[in-house]
Design a protein around this ligand. Structure first.
Ligand SMILES: [Zn+2]
Ligand SMILES: [Zn+2]
Length: 381
């Protein structure tokens, strides 16, 4: 049997390891064989290794990691209609439980049983290898204009889902100003709105990009100095930076809304104290979407009566958002065109740390704060 190099977890061992897995072959008519080009690593990957969160499938001793994959179609099964060899593609992450209605209707991101699996994260092999097989329904074509940015399509799809949740839920507010096209479901929905993004990490920066191209006035809070590369990128996308190192959540909010409404809080830091600390300072009728995932335990004391009173009296919404489905990937790839053309002068390349597949162990061990993204370059474009 032909074998190929892969990087991932090994049962009973800590850290990331290189091992060999069988070379995949097309066995079903709807399968697509993909030659992997680039795989992005994110906080979930780093945390899985750091906290040894092994989630390997039953009957296996290894799990290939990598869920932010871009590649090109190498071959297709006889039933595949939408792809041909050479097409640049990306793949979704979650595979549904096949039991609940959201999963049965292509919305496994909203799975109700928790029995889903995720490529490279949860009981299914990911893409840190040379070739992967995927069913046509989970493969998405990458437009030629954004091929070199397509490694951002998975994290951007996460942001797309968060923003979609905001728009669906806030469509309860048909008027926020006099402009008839500034309602949440209108194409020009962002007009006259203000958002606070918490965390200038990869997800926070993509949230800034997406909210800014939607005409929203964006503020971003983090605990980084003004001259940090991530802060420079945020400012380059017209976001106003709030250095949250020595100010309270109340002051963070006061800084960005200046007594007006703060329509949206987009939490992308996973810093639990700040995430919860901002709730008492939400505006009336506003929405707070949480996407960051805190890892360690944190106990805090709150005035629960006051908090509940406020959420009820002010019609506030706090919503969690995880994962994404095919529609969010498709939207992300369309919006990537707009984001990359609008912010084409931003120095993104220097903040991406590129490694070869063979160097995956070092890639996981290195966390240079000057870099915003780690990418394993399996094969150059
Ligand atoms: Zn399900
Ligand atoms: Zn307006």
């Amino acid at each position: 049997m032909k074998k190929q190099l892969a990087a991932g977890m090994v049962r009973g061992k800590t850290g990331i390891h290189l091992f060999e897995v069988p070379m995949p072959e097309i066995k079903q008519p709807d399968e697509v064989l993909i030659r992997v080009k680039e795989v992005g690593l994110d906080g979930t990957d780093f945390n899985a290794i750091r906290f040894n969160l092994q989630d390997i499938g039953e009957g296996r001793d290894e799990m290939v990691m990598g869920h932010e994959a871009v590649g090109v179609v190498e071959a297709t099964g006889p039933g595949v209609k939408s792809f041909k060899p050479g097409d640049p593609v990306t793949i979704t992450v979650r595979r549904g439980c096949d039991i609940c209605h959201p999963c049965l209707h292509n919305m496994s991101d909203m799975c109700m049983t928790g029995l889903y699996r995720e490529r490279g994260l949860h009981r299914l092999d990911g893409s840190l290898t040379r070739f992967v097989i995927e069913r046509e329904q989970y493969v998405i074509k990458v437009p030629a204009e954004v091929v070199k940015w397509a490694v951002f399509s998975e994290p951007l799809s996460i942001v797309e889902k968060g923003v979609e949740q905001i728009r669906i839920i806030q469509s309860r507010l048909p008027w926020t100003c006099d402009h008839p096209e500034h309602t949440f479901l209108s194409p020009r929905w962002g007009g006259c709105k203000t958002a606070l993004v918490v965390g200038a990490g990869p997800l926070g920066l993509l949230a800034i990009a997406l909210l800014t191209i939607s005409d929203i006035k964006v503020f971003v809070a983090d605990i980084l100095p003004e001259d940090h590369p991530r802060v420079r990128l945020a400012k380059g996308m017209d976001a106003t930076y709030i250095d949250a190192r020595s100010i309270s959540p109340k002051e963070i909010v006061a800084d960005c809304c200046l007594n007006a409404n703060l329509d949206i809080i987009f939490e992308a830091s996973g810093a639990a104290a700040t995430a919860v600390g901002l709730i008492p300072h939400m505006s009336r009728s506003s929405i707070y979407v949480m996407t960051g995932i805190p890892r360690e335990e944190l106990m805090i004391q709150i005035d629960a009566a006051r908090l509940v009173r406020q959420i009820v009296r002010f019609n506030q919404v706090i919503v969690g958002s995880i994962n994404s489905n095919r529609t969010h990937f498709e939207r992300a790839l369309q919006d990537l065109k707009q984001i990359t053309s609008r912010f084409s002068s931003l120095p993104v390349a220097p903040v991406i740390h590129r490694w070869k597949l063979e160097d995956s162990e070092r890639a996981f061990a290195t966390q240079d704060p000057a870099h915003i993204k780690t990418v394993i370059e399996v094969e150059p474009w």
